[in-house]
Design a protein around this ligand. Structure first.
Ligand SMILES: C[S@@+](CC[C@H](N)C(=O)[O-])C[C@H]1O[C@@H](n2cnc3c(N)ncnc32)[C@H](O)[C@@H]1O
Ligand SMILES: Nc1nc2[nH]cc(C(=O)O)c2c(=O)[nH]1
Ligand code: SF4
Ligand SMILES: [Mg+2]
Length: 206
């Protein structure tokens, strides 16, 4: 097994692309996506299972990732995966900040928090629970709704985040036809929640 250096100077990069953030609070804004390989959380409905095996994704200098991101006019990056917090993200995010780029993360919270963040999207999973320290730091909580039981499960995490944290219910993509109407009814009854849709999938963009 290839060892990823603990200083975060090399990271397994699956893909990087400039697009529109499709989900959650920053939906609709231009952002450069950095997708790191490696995840053991095991969501059966994960829409990027190709990311799971870190070995398939080349160890790439963080300096190179930073330079690539800096070429684009949208001065925000979304670091996602796979599960990006498997890695030490201090070096990558400090370098992005040095270039005036805002740092956003998409995470399950299942690994210790590293990195300097302008925005944390916490999307907890039943399959591997988040570490408790991340919940108070989340700017948004994004629960993926696969079936009705996920609505009650979502409330447990709503009680762990800060009072200013945005609360989103996002339909699991393959079940969207069934669960979207449940989410609509739930948000109408419980208006502290909002709907997040994977708008990039409707727009046919990455
Ligand atoms: C692929 S994950 C990568 C980041 C991190 N591992 C996580 O789960 O937050 C990016 C986002 O997509 C969401 N997601 C993954 N598969 C999905 C699906 N089938 N339908 C809806 N959202 C999904 C995740 O919950 C997460 O918010
Ligand atoms: N456009 C776009 N928005 C996204 N928001 C979160 C994504 C992710 O996979 O983390 C994602 C993605 O893959 N594409
Ligand atoms: S935690 Fe994220 S990347 Fe990992 S399996 Fe779940 S949705 Fe996919
Ligand atoms: Mg995605």
């Amino acid at each position: 097994m290839t060892k990823v250096p603990e200083d975060g100077s090399l990271l397994p990069l699956m893909e990087e692309f400039y697009t529109i953030q499709g989900e959650g609070y920053h939906s609709g804004k231009a952002a450069y996506f950095i997708r790191l390989g490696g995840c053991d959380v095991g969501c059966h409905w994960c829409d990027v299972k190709e990311s799971w095996d870190a070995e398939l994704h080349p160890l790439t200098p963080a300096d190179q990732i930073i330079e690539n991101a800096a070429k684009y006019p949208g001065k925000a990056v979304v670091i996602t995966g796979g599960e990006p917090l498997i890695y030490n993200l201090d070096y990558l995010t400090a370098g992005l900040h040095d270039r005036g780029i805002k740092t956003f993360i998409e995470t399950s919270g299942a690994y210790p928090l590293s990195g300097e963040w302008d925005w944390i999207c916490l999307s907890p999973k039943k399959f591997k629970a988040p570490l408790p320290e991340i919940a108070p730091k989340a700017g948004e909580l994004k629960i993926i709704v696969f079936n009705k039981s996920d609505l009650a499960w979502a409330e447990k995490y709503a009680g762990m985040v800060s009072p200013s944290c945005k609360l989103y219910l996002q339909p699991e993509w393959s079940k969207a036809g069934e669960v979207t109407s449940l989410i609509i009814d739930y948000v109408k009854e419980n208006p502290k929640w909002e709907i997040s849709l994977q708008t990039h999938k409707y727009l046919n963009i990455p």
